[in-house]
Design a protein around this ligand. Structure first.
Ligand code: GDP
Ligand code: MN
Length: 380
């Protein structure tokens, strides 16, 4: 889960990493009020889950509250690479003497957390890595040993930070960033830029923070930060119901068990001349509850004209899925025709269950290709 800059900064603050005083705002009037409370010059910053906001006009300095209100109306509603700005972060403006870069993420190749640090901050780190690779210092941390203070010193000296005051502050920030990374089960914590003010104070001017979805159950406060308004409403509903679902553009709703089978199902729909409306993985289960939840999500998509149930019984028993489908049809009205292909464990029994009940609008096909063709035909 990606966090907005201001949410990442809240977490930075919690772990003792210095950030500027700020307030969120969703209207120009709120931006004005925030600027009044903060006092002095402020920065009005678009909160969108994409970088390069500065270049896209999503970050503007404002001299006073009236100016903050004006800048807020310019930025709210702005489309930054497909992300519409609904929230702003108003923060006390900083004077910048230097811009550095600090991040920690996973190096999956080495299976260790990786710190990256450079004094060439403020720009795209990919650019730094390409143009001045020597300026980018990389350092792995052994997760079992944990972070060691000498590692911060190594990063700082290798990058060529000479000022003792900066060295001391950055060393503390490196250690705290490691705490934040581990403490929130993050996958990425990035500060770009990490600035030095003319007075020599070091602080995080931006934040990019990604938390592992699978660890959110341990962090209800972070899970709550998810912006459900910005997400696709169907995908939000699916998440609520614990259904693995990705919305696509076609007309054939797809439901399968196992990500691999669902991926192949998308291909077979394409092969049959149709377009899948979604990816939906029922997972290992096939009980009525799971089937109802998945069907509820799929049928909420107005583009869906037919539904293809592609089940390969392994641990999942086809007769159980068949009963799940029947139970689901009893509990909800589904207007779209449903094509079912059952194979594997108890496929015979499953097909018999469906044939005996023979609900209207339900078609049973023996193979995946036949099922796909039928579903595509019915979607027309
Ligand atoms: P990004 O473009 O999405 O990475 O957003 P950042 O938060 O990193 O801001 C982009 C740039 O705006 C920074 O590199 C700074 O140059 C500038 N900027 C942001 N906040 C301030 C501020 O408080 N004072 C000044 N002078 N510049 C700022
Ligand atoms: Mn930035």
């Amino acid at each position: 889960m990606d966090l907005y800059e201001y949410q990442g900064k809240q977490l930075f603050k919690r772990f003792g990493i210095p950030v500027s005083d700020g307030r969120p705002a969703t209207t120009p009037a709120e931006a004005r009020a925030a600027a009044e409370e903060i006092g002095g010059q402020v920065v009005v910053k678009a909160q969108v889950l994409t970088g390069g906001r500065g270049k896209a006009g999503g970050i503007k300095l404002a001299d006073d509250p009236a100016d903050a209100e004006a800048k807020a109306s310019e930025i709210l509603g702005l489309d930054i690479r497909g992300h519409v700005v609904r929230t702003l972060w108003i923060e006390s403006a900083s004077e910048i003497a230097k811009e550095y870069y600090l991040s920690i993420t996973f190096d999956r190749g080495v299976k260790k957390p990786l710190f990256m640090f450079t004094t060439h901050g403020g720009m795209d780190i990919e650019e730094v890595a390409q143009q001045t690779p020597d300026a980018l210092v990389r350092l792995h941390v052994d997760a079992l040993e944990g972070f060691q203070p000498y590692q911060a010193r190594r990063l700082i000296y290798a990058a060529g930070v000479e000022d003792p005051g900066e060295q001391k502050q950055i060393a503390a920030i490196v250690e705290k960033l490691y705490d934040a990374f581990v403490g929130t089960d993050a996958m990425l914590c990035e500060i770009n830029p990490l600035i030095v003010t003319p007075e020599g104070d070091v602080k995080a001017l931006d934040s990019k923070f990604t938390v592992d979805d699978n660890a959110l159950y341990k962090h209800p406060d972070i899970a709550e930060m998810r912006d459900t308004a910005a997400a696709d409403p169907l995908e939000s509903l699916a998440r609520e119901k614990g259904v693995t679902y990705v919305k696509l553009d076609g007309e054939v709703g797809i439901l399968g068990n196992g990500a691999g089978l669902v991926m192949s199902t998308l291909d077979v729909i394409g092969l049959s001349g149709g377009q899948p409306a979604n990816f939906c993985d029922l997972g290992g289960g096939g009980d009525a509850e799971g089937v109802v939840d998945a069907l509820e999500v799929i049928t909420k998509d107005p583009q869906v004209k037919s539904i293809f149930f592609n089940i390969f019984g392994g641990i999942t028993r086809c007769d159980e899925v068949a009963r799940g489908i029947l139970a689901a049809l009893e509990r909800m009205t589904i207007e779209q025709p449903i094509v079912v292909r059952l194979d594997g464990t108890n496929a015979e029994e499953g097909r018999k269950v469906l044939a005996d009940a023979a609900p209207a609008g339900l078609y049973v096909e023996a193979t995946m290709l036949d099922g796909a063709r039928r579903a595509v035909e019915l979607s027309r």
